[in-house]
Design a protein around this ligand. Structure first.
Ligand code: 13P
Length: 249
């Protein structure tokens, strides 16, 4: 039996008041349940409001979209994993494709951020995924494996076992083009293989999420695919009623 993870990446959307209004609707549609995990990744400045609105809903978790790799210091505009933890985060996205492609984040930085998240007691959600050019050049598995190894470079097997991995093909993010369930599964199987080399049997517990133009229409088929342990959703997580439909898939 799968225990799926449904993660909403709000990206740069929803101010605190919008998030509170969203959650009033969402919570009415989504009664407490123990058979799945729901995680919200709001913008950092909205995180506290989301955490507060969810204080009676321990079944729903909050995460931060990005952390700095240092624990504290002179890094204007940045947030450390410990600050995110103090604001209520339990999870941290690391290496999201927008961080890599819009902000120039490297594999090495992703590795240091995963280590920082672990130090602060956050569960890292390590994001990997190939561009269209890499897919067309037949490099998908090599790219994803390289990103995964770099992302987990400073995590020992025990920590690898507590991480989440998200496969988000860059060409599928925000484009309306979704990987087919079998395409997604193929890459997820390769990720599972790679995880076994890093953490042997313990790696079996690591959920591997799919992300990229997930919506109500394709969520069920993607979730049913082998090795798809959950969904990381951008655009379709911004509407409370629509998102409540997806998390009840
Ligand atoms: P979309 O669901 O909008 O394609 O975004 C996916 C994503 O980047 C989630 O992290």
């Amino acid at each position: 039996m799968k225990h799926p993870v449904f993660a909403a990446n709000w990206k740069m959307n929803h101010a605190p008041a919008d998030a509170e209004a969203f959650l009033r609707v969402f919570l009415a549609y989504y009664p407490k349940t123990q058979d799945r995990t729901v995680i919200f990744f709001p913008p950092a400045l909205t995180l506290g409001a989301v955490h507060n609105a969810l204080k009676d809903r321990t079944d729903i978790k909050v995460g931060v979209q990005n952390v700095h790799w240092e624990d504290h210091g002179a890094f204007t505009g940045e947030n450390s994993a410990a600050i995110a933890r103090g604001a209520g985060a339990k999870y941290a996205l690391v290496g999201h494709s927008e961080r890599r492609h819009v902000f120039g984040e490297t594999d090495e930085q992703a590795g240091k951020k995963v280590a920082a998240a672990i130090r602060a007691g956050l569960t890292p959600v390590v994001c990997v995924g190939e561009t269209l050019a890499q897919r067309e050049a037949g490099e998908t598995i090599a790219v994803v494996a390289r990103q995964l190894r770099a992302g987990l470079a400073h995590a020992d097997a025990a920590h690898v076992a507590t991480c989440i991995v998200a496969y988000e093909p860059v060409w599928a993010i925000g484009t309306g083009k979704t990987a087919t369930p079998s395409n997604a599964s193929q890459v997820h199987l390769a990720i599972r293989h790679e995880l076994r080399t890093l953490a042997a049997d313990r790696s079996e517990a690591v959920p591997i999420l799919y992300g990229g133009s997930v919506n109500k229409g394709n969520a069920e088929a993607l979730l049913a695919a082998p090795e798809v342990g959950g969904l990381l959703v951008g655009g379709a997580s911004l509407d409370a009623e629509g998102w409540s439909g997806i998390v009840r898939t």
